[in-house]
Design a protein around this ligand. Structure first.
Ligand code: GLP
Length: 261
């Protein structure tokens, strides 16, 4: 696992966006060989999406041959709901680049049969030969997608009850009221994420420092689900200095030396 530490959030986002654009360009996707990209919502990826939009505007990358799968969606919020992850993705990213609508996949939180929706999502990912690069964020309790503490590290796409912590953290999008945040969500599983050929997490801010310390320096643990990356053959955590605050000086030095090598 690589840990790439940047001075601040902006630098971390620019680095990550360029990394993604390079991966797409090197892959040289085409109609029979799309680049399959897993994507998150939340505050963390916003700077990455802005930089990717800029790179598209400068024609340094194109999303015309990119197929996307989003990580999660709230149960009960339709695509037209302003706080749905459908709306988030179209407002903050898809509407501003050359992606083909038919290549965008986001779980349907209003599906009549949620179990069938989750199964079909896994099948759809498999039909594209799996995910090439899964981009993610991380919750302050170390969760990845909506795989709350205690989730199985082998889990697949399913319905998850959200932790009170998560509803409190996301209340800022629902008028400050945790009760207004949907109690359940559809989410890809930890296993779905680690099946990707590469996983890249962006972790920013002091509020995530305790979780980052647990994820990087402690063992693989279902209570900090992002720690699953330790077992992945190709995983990168990109963070800013504030998120690295709880890491040992020796850990920071080792990863900095590794990147400089
Ligand atoms: C939610 C999302 C995660 C995201 C996390 C952190 O729980 N399901 O995918 O990583 O929030 O969000 P933020 O980046 O806003 O801190």
């Amino acid at each position: 696992m690589r840990l790439v530490i940047h001075k601040d959030y902006e630098k971390a986002c620019v680095w990550t966006a360029r990394y993604i654009a390079n991966r797409i360009n090197k892959f040289n996707p085409g109609p029979d060989k799309p680049f399959v990209l897993g994507l998150p919502t939340g505050s963390s990826p916003l700077g990455i999406y802005q930089e990717l939009i800029r790179l598209w505007q400068e024609r340094q990358v194109s999303f015309s041959q990119v197929v996307t799968f989003n990580m999660d969606e709230y149960v009960g919020l339709g695509a037209e709901h302003p706080q749905s992850y459908h709306a988030f993705m179209w407002n903050n990213f898809f509407s501003h680049v050359d992606i083909d609508k038919k290549n965008v996949h986001i779980l349907n939180g209003t599906a009549e049969d949620l179990k069938a929706e989750c199964k079909a999502y896994e099948e759809r990912i498999a039909s594209f030969g799996g995910i090439e690069l899964f981009l993610g964020g991380m919750g302050a309790d170390g969760h990845i997608a909506f795989n709350e503490p205690g989730s199985s590290l082998h889990s697949r796409t399913r319905v998850k009850v959200l932790a009170w912590n998560t509803r409190t953290a996301n209340a800022r999008f629902f008028g400050g009221d945790p009760e207004a945040v949907p109690a359940t969500a559809l989410t890809v599983g930890v296993g779905t994420i680690t099946d990707a050929r590469e996983v890249l997490l962006l972790v920013s801010g002091h509020a995530k420092a305790r979780a980052l310390q647990a994820v990087v320096e402690n063992g693989i643990n279902h209570m900090w689900t992002a720690s699953c990356l330790q077992n992945h053959p190709r995983a990168i955590i990109v963070c800013d200095e504030a998120a690295a605050d709880e890491l040992k000086a020796g850990t920071v030095r080792y990863f900095r030396d590794s990147e400089a090598f």
